[in-house]
Design a protein around this ligand. Sequence first.
Ligand code: PHE
Length: 344
Amino acid sequence: MKEEITNLRNQAVFRINEVGSVDELEKLRIFYLGRNGKLAQYIKAIKDAPKSEKKSIGVLINDTKNVIESLITNKKNVIKSTVREWVDMTLPGEQIDTGSIHVVTKAIDEISRVFENIGFVRRRYPEVEWDYFAFGSLNFDKWHPARDEWETFFVESMEHPKYGPMLLTPHTSSGQIREMQKARSRGDDVIRMINISKTYRRQSDASHTPMFHQFEGLVIDKNLSIANLKGTIDYFMDSFFGGKRKARLRPYNFPFTEPSFEIDISCDICKGRGCKLCKEGWLELGGAGMVHPNVLKNGGFDPRIYRGFAFGWGVERVFMMKENLGIDDIRTIYSTDLSYLKQF
Ligand code: PHE
């Protein structure tokens, strides 16, 4: 019986070597090691063997079982690891989305570049500010409607003993006095600032969002006139809009400039015919004017010696008026609709 078992083992080793698939190996496993397999038959036969051999036959069967079992398991693993999944190289690859710069950031970069080319220096000032910098120092009357809380967001129960209530900046003009004070503390008497920051007002419709951006130019020097202001505006219009669009200066009133203007641009959506965005063919981009003497004084500049001009426009509006963009509702710029935003 021992010889038979040894032969069986040799035969099994040989056959395991020969076969090439997991299925065939499984068949061999059942044939040798299964409940009614070859080895099970020898185990049953032990009881008929001479007493002196029973133990050594048991050991032999057990060894044979271990050998066959481990050979089959190893070979199964080898086969599994060498069988490759079939890959169709002609299938289109998976598209991985890459992030991109938001249109407002792009517009800010472009506006900065246009002004930096003519010597302006980019600045940012606090967006949560005291009343004094946003209104008081800019010659606003105590009862000016912009102070009304329907226009400006105030920060509840924050009040400075000297600078008044705290608010979210409703315009970037709040940076004017800060810039003048900074220049003065450095001993500078010439300013060419472009301040681009977030601004907040209580409005939301096709041409307003409660949070938007403004860019504020402030120039202070000794011999400045409206001609310098007009020249700067024309330069910006040509650089940013490519010289094809019309701009108009409309007399207006701001407490911190005298004289004051509003600047309109011919609407690109309706080409000047009038639409839901512009209403009458012109879209207001923002204000401008010569710095009021009281403001110069508050900033530490003697109005008998120094002149200034300033302008403050909306970044989103300027961007919307670029040729053929077709954005007719400012709120869509802040939508989270990626397929829309990816167009720009
Ligand atoms: N701050 C004004 C506004 O937001 C615009 C402005 C800036 C006007 C500078 C004159 C000079 O409407």
